[in-house]
Design a protein around this ligand. Sequence first.
Ligand code: NAD
Ligand code: TDX
Length: 339
Amino acid sequence: MTIIVTGGAGFIGSNFVFHMLDKYPDYRIVCVDKLTYAGNLSTLAPVMDNPNFRFSKIDICDREAIYKLFEEEHPDMVVNFAAESHVDRSIENPEIFLDTNIKGTAVMMDACRKYGIKRYHQVSTDEVYGDLPLDRPDLFFTEETPIHTSSPYSSSKAGADLLVLAYHRTYGLPVTISRCSNNYGPYHFPEKLIPLMIANALADKPLPVYGEGLNVRDWLYVEDHCRAIDLIIHNGRVGEVYNVGGHNEMKNIDIVKIICKEIGKPESLITHVTDRKGHDMRYAIDPTKIHNELGWRPETKFEDGIKKTIQWYLDNKEWWETIISGEYQNYYEKMYGNR
Ligand code: NAD
Ligand code: TDX
């Protein structure tokens, strides 16, 4: 079995590469990554010498390079993680999101059509469903919830999902889609809420909470997401969408307070800053389908996962300090000034 994993130098993709190489010693994993600001080759250092692993620096929009790779590798499956993934960046500059998230998805699927494939899996997000009101805790996103996006990021992911389903119906491409809630864990890029707050708290820097911090996200430990994708690509039904989430809804402000407590820093570091434009209020996944059909359920409780995550950031300071000192610093200063 040869699997092309795109975006494998990023947060979830790298965790998935580790999971697959560890669990399936006879699988070959070919990682395709453009190494944007969010991709970090040092993340993959532990597997670079593994004979079952190959890294290839390619932009998924580069049709010629992708076709050449398919001719060399004859993949059985593709799992497409590659994306521009940060909502705030999409608000600043939507265009790259259209290129990578929509056009890149089309290029990957065209290659699958041209060379044949057993499975194309699209890694999508709960953000395609838009948001839920705070005063209706009885509502959850199911796979039947209409697509109703808020940001350029989520719109580009929704556009990709629609293309994936269209390639299934029009060309019979054997596709599956997973729509997961917010992940956290090792190798999470420090522009996202949890790693940003951990890094800032450790440096005694202000903790920038958008608005009142009442927005709710449904947090899942990254390894649980990787196990869900593993199950879907092996046992999921072709043409189907699977929601992935662990019923772990939390307000942003509560997450930040937990991080302060775990790290032993004062809540006075919390600084309320201008709210995100079009900020989604609440995400909440109903994972009944993947539970009933594939037996998936989350294994890591938030109280354990957040401790493991903080410990990982303490043990791997070099990884994130190198990132923060580079290109990301320019972006951070533009967003938050010298706070
Ligand atoms: P990330 O930003 O950490 O990693 C993205 C990776 O894709 C990087 O390694 C980057 O270099 C690579 N990439 C970007 N553009 C590329 C291109 N044109 N060609 C090849 N590689 C390219 O993102 P992440 O958080 O790991 O998210 C991975 C996927 O999971 C995305 O599709 C995202 O939409 C989805 N997702 C993320 C979450 C979450 O909470 N992080 C939740 C649900 C779904
Ligand atoms: O500095 C911050 N302060 C803050 O209050 C940041 C970076 C975020 N926030 C808030 C905004 C959100 O309500 O925290 C919440 C989480 O923000 P992000 O970490 O940017 O994640 P989110 O916008 O929810 O999107 C994430 O989950 C779904 C991923 O980045 C997406 O790729 C995924 O699809």
